[in-house]
Each structure stands twice: as C-alpha cells, then as structure tokens.
Design a protein around this ligand. Sequence first.
Ligand code: SF4
Ligand code: SF4
Ligand code: SF4
Length: 156
Amino acid sequence: MRPPWALPEALFIDACTRCGECLTACPTGLLVKGDGGFPEADFTVGRAPEGCTFCGDCRQSCKPLALREQPGQSPWSLRAFFSVDCLTDHNVVCRTCGELCDVGAIHFPPTVGGVARPQLDSAACTGCGACLADCPTRAIRIAPPNFPSLALRGAA
Ligand code: SF4
Ligand code: SF4
Ligand code: SF4
C-alpha cells in the first residue's frame, strides 16, 4: 500500500527515487521503507494509532512528484474491512470502531434478536485507519477495495 496521492504503481516506481523524505515528513509515523526501499503505508496495529490524517506533508515533501494530487481523485482507494473476529460476530456488544471514525463511515444497523454489527459505508470511508487502534480483537484491516480474503465480511 503506497502513501496517499501516489501515482499509479508503474509510474510511481519510475518517479520515486527512494529518498525517504515522505517517511521523515509523516507526523503519524505511518510510512515505512518497504520492498525495494519504496515507501509503504503500514497499518500494523500499534505502529501509528492515528493512521493517516491526510495532512499532505508526505506529498509536499516529494520533490520528484511521485506523490501528486490529481484533480477529482481521492488520496487512495484504501478502506476498512471487518473480519469475522469482530466481537459482534460472537454476540458481544461493541461499537468502539464506530466511535473512532470521524467521518461516520461505520454504522450499526439494528438486528432483531441479535447484536448490531458494524457495517461500512464504503463511499464515506477514507481508509484513514483510525478505527483500528482500539479494536479489542484486531478485527479491522485497511486494504484496497479488491482485497481478497474469505475471512472478511463485506461492506455496504
Ligand atoms: S498525509 Fe500526512 S499522515 Fe498521511 S501518510 Fe502523508 S504525511 Fe503521513
Ligand atoms: S471495534 Fe472491533 S470488535 Fe468492536 S465492533 Fe469494531 S470491529 Fe468489532
Ligand atoms: S478507515 Fe477511517 S474513515 Fe474508514 S471506517 Fe475506519 S476510521 Fe472511518
């Protein structure tokens, strides 16, 4: 997963000089040196609890313009996924992730005779990762929309 505003992968690899300026600039510590020395967003729980605040510091520090704002495009296509480890899948009430989501992308539709489960509004989710930090069962992943996993529940 590349930093926000990264060019499409082939163009990004061409443009990025692996200088590491974006890593140094990131105030939340989300960016790390990944494969081949290219920057990646690392949403490992406990690493960068704030996730991405979309402050733009990484983009502004990128002199070769490998991170570049494109008119009408969001910073990235990442979003949240909930796995079957979610407490509500085991009939335990929990709404922690919903409380952490500043944009209100996580809803808990009432369930007759059961526990309300988190449901993601994919259009609202920015993929910031703020919802991960306090999930008691580490049931949330941030990933691209086509993230393949049978262990994850879908979004709205
Ligand atoms: S936008 Fe800000 S918080 Fe997000 S990766 Fe770039 S520097 Fe870090
Ligand atoms: S914080 Fe974790 S366990 Fe709680 S509702 Fe959200 S995904 Fe489920
Ligand atoms: S990734 Fe961010 S916007 Fe999406 S559900 Fe989590 S906290 Fe909300």
